[in-house]
Design a protein around this ligand. Structure first.
Ligand code: TNX
Length: 533
């Protein structure tokens, strides 16, 4: 017969054993971080052979004290969900229960975001990502840097889970560190929603793509001869008449202010600033068709569905025109957290030279009164521009516009049409696009050196933007055909320092990124330069 003492002892041991929930961490294969195609290429990658097993018990930790913590938590959960299909818990580290001192702390594998002022101190987009066997720590001095780093994390998660290494599905992430920050401050794309309209949901999909490649500006060309795309409450006919059609005469569309506010928020949650453009005084045929009293030409004020340019103008000598612009700024200004508004100003051939200057200077006053900064195409540098203005260099043979801008202390964004226009055909076989600035195959994009454009003014150059005009594209598939994969090359020109850019490396990483393009159903152009899978 066993004594009660023995039974008690036995029971105690059994309880202790069963309480110890510690799982043995199996050994996972060592992976090489440098073998993962990261695009844009980071400033530095230091592999540490090993791997972090991402399974459905990993905890996401985003401390409340981090600025933008709610948004960061959402973005991180969404990213993990998209990559793995799991809704991982976001919570603080589990506390050890002092009454259960014999119990080991449960395995605490986590992905953690932290603010650290020592990371890339001069750059709010810089980040460090450290992947260890038991944790991934993402650090930045600001919310934006954490958003950028998350995209690197997304690229580090394999497309396929490994189902043979553990009981459940597991995604192995290579261990090591990435230290990274952008080459240029402004890394943008423009979409022309005036010539052909693109719905808010389609623009959101594009924003996701821009964010994935760490781009940070989306310029929307919201008005042109063929369409007016934003509701202006005091001037309702702009969208009633001006929003109704598009190039070719098909039905157009427009965004309500509410939708537009949402779009700006959607972009800013992903670290992207949205810059709206209302092109004036030219490129305004549909505005004067909506309100003939604004017409500054002899041309009948009827909507236009062709693709010519340079024939329309607002009446620059009529006070009503300035009431119109003031109302426009009053309604749009409050929607813009970044206070930057693009006023076009290109190709105003139907406006007399001194009327053009008079108009732009009056518009500038209206913007100043509302604390709005003006951005405009190179053409506007002949008017009153200064250190608050941003000039977009597009006419590659008219460098004097850019020089004038530099002289006046303005900042310049580089979009020379022969290098940066996403609406130029790849080659003569291209299904869509124009060719007035030449053909732009992938290698012409990648080997373009924005650094070489105005080296003597480098500090006044903000960065690059790739405009996509929509005369020849009318739906997302056609848009994607022109934008992808060239957009990825612009993303790398914008993010990666020149010394680290290498076309062969880019092409092979591009092929490696292909599964992401396919997963998002991007209808990319299969450039023959790339060995697609
Ligand atoms: C020139 S670029 C334009 C646009 C056209 C584009 C087509 C610029 C400021 N103006 O109106 O859509 O060419 O590539």
């Amino acid at each position: 017969m066993k004594s009660p003492i023995t039974i008690l002892l036995f029971a105690t041991v059994m309880i202790l054993v069963s309480c110890n929930t510690e799982r043995r961490t199996p050994e996972f294969p060592a992976l090489d971080m440098e073998a993962v195609p990261l695009l844009p290429r980071p400033v530095s990658v230091s592999p540490e052979p090993g791997s972090f097993p991402l399974d459905n018990r990993v905890r996401l930790s985003v401390p409340d004290q981090i600025p933008g913590s709610d948004n960061l938590r959402n973005q991180l959960s969404e990213l993990i969900f998209e990559s793995t299909g799991w809704n991982l818990e976001t919570r603080q580290a589990p506390e050890r229960n002092p009454w259960m001192f014999w119990k080991k702390r449960p395995v605490d594998r986590r992905i953690e975001l932290r603010i650290d002022q020592n990371v890339s101190p001069a750059n709010p987009e810089g980040y460090e990502l450290h992947a260890y066997a038991d944790s991934i720590i993402l650090l930045s001095n600001a919310e934006t840097g954490l958003l950028r780093g998350m995209q690197t994390l997304k690229q580090l998660i394999p497309h396929q889970s490994n189902d043979s290494l553990a009981e459940g599905r597991i995604f192995l992430i290579p261990t090591g560190s990435v230290v990274d920050y952008p080459n240029w401050e402004y890394r943008g794309m423009m979409l022309d929603v005036a010539r052909h309209f693109f719905k808010a949901s389609e623009v959101r999909d594009l924003i996701d793509q821009l964010a994935f490649y760490k781009m940070n500006r989306l310029h929307l060309h919201l008005s042109d001869d063929q369409g007016w795309r934003l509701e202006i409450k005091k001037w309702p006919k702009l969208t009633e008449i001006g929003g109704a059609s598009e190039v070719g005469g098909t039905p157009g569309g427009f965004y309500t202010q509410e939708e537009f506010r949402e779009l700006i928020r959607y972009a800013s949650d992903r670290g992207i600033e949205l810059i709206p453009e209302f092109d004036m005084p030219g490129h305004t045929q549909v505005a004067v068709a909506s309100y003939p009293e604004l017409n500054g030409t002899q041309r009948p004020p009827r909507p236009y569905t062709g693709t010519r340019v340079g024939f329309s103008s607002l009446d620059t000598r009529k006070e009503l025109t300035y009431t119109f612009v003031a109302d426009l700024f009053d309604e749009v200004g409050p929607l813009l957290p970044a206070r930057i508004l693009h006023i076009g100003g290109d190709e105003s051939q139907a406006t007399a030279k001194d009327d053009y200057l008079y108009f732009l200077n009056r518009v500038r006053d209206l913007a100043d009164d509302r604390d709005l900064r003006i951005m405009g195409w190179g053409d506007i540098s002949v008017a009153r521009v200064d250190s608050t203005s941003i000039i977009q260099h597009w006419l590659y043979w008219k460098r004097e516009h850019a020089y004038l801008a530099f002289e006046k202390g303005a900042r310049v964004v580089l979009s020379p049409a022969n290098k940066a226009y996403l609406d130029m055909k790849y080659d003569k076989e291209s299904r869509h696009g124009l060719n007035w600035a030449g053909y732009i195959p992938l290698d012409s994009v990648y080997t373009w050196s924005p650094e070489g454009e105005f080296p003597e003014n480098r500090s006044a150059v903000l960065g690059i933007e790739a405009p996509l005009w929509s005369e020849t594209i009318s739906n997302p598939d056609e848009m994607e055909y022109l934008a992808f994969p060239r957009l990825l090359a612009y993303a790398e020109l914008g993010w990666t320092p020149k010394e680290l850019r290498d076309y062969d490396s880019f092409k092979s990483r591009l092929a490696g990124i292909q599964p992401f393009l396919e997963k998002d159903s991007i209808d990319f152009y299969r450039s023959p330069a790339v060995e697609w899978e």
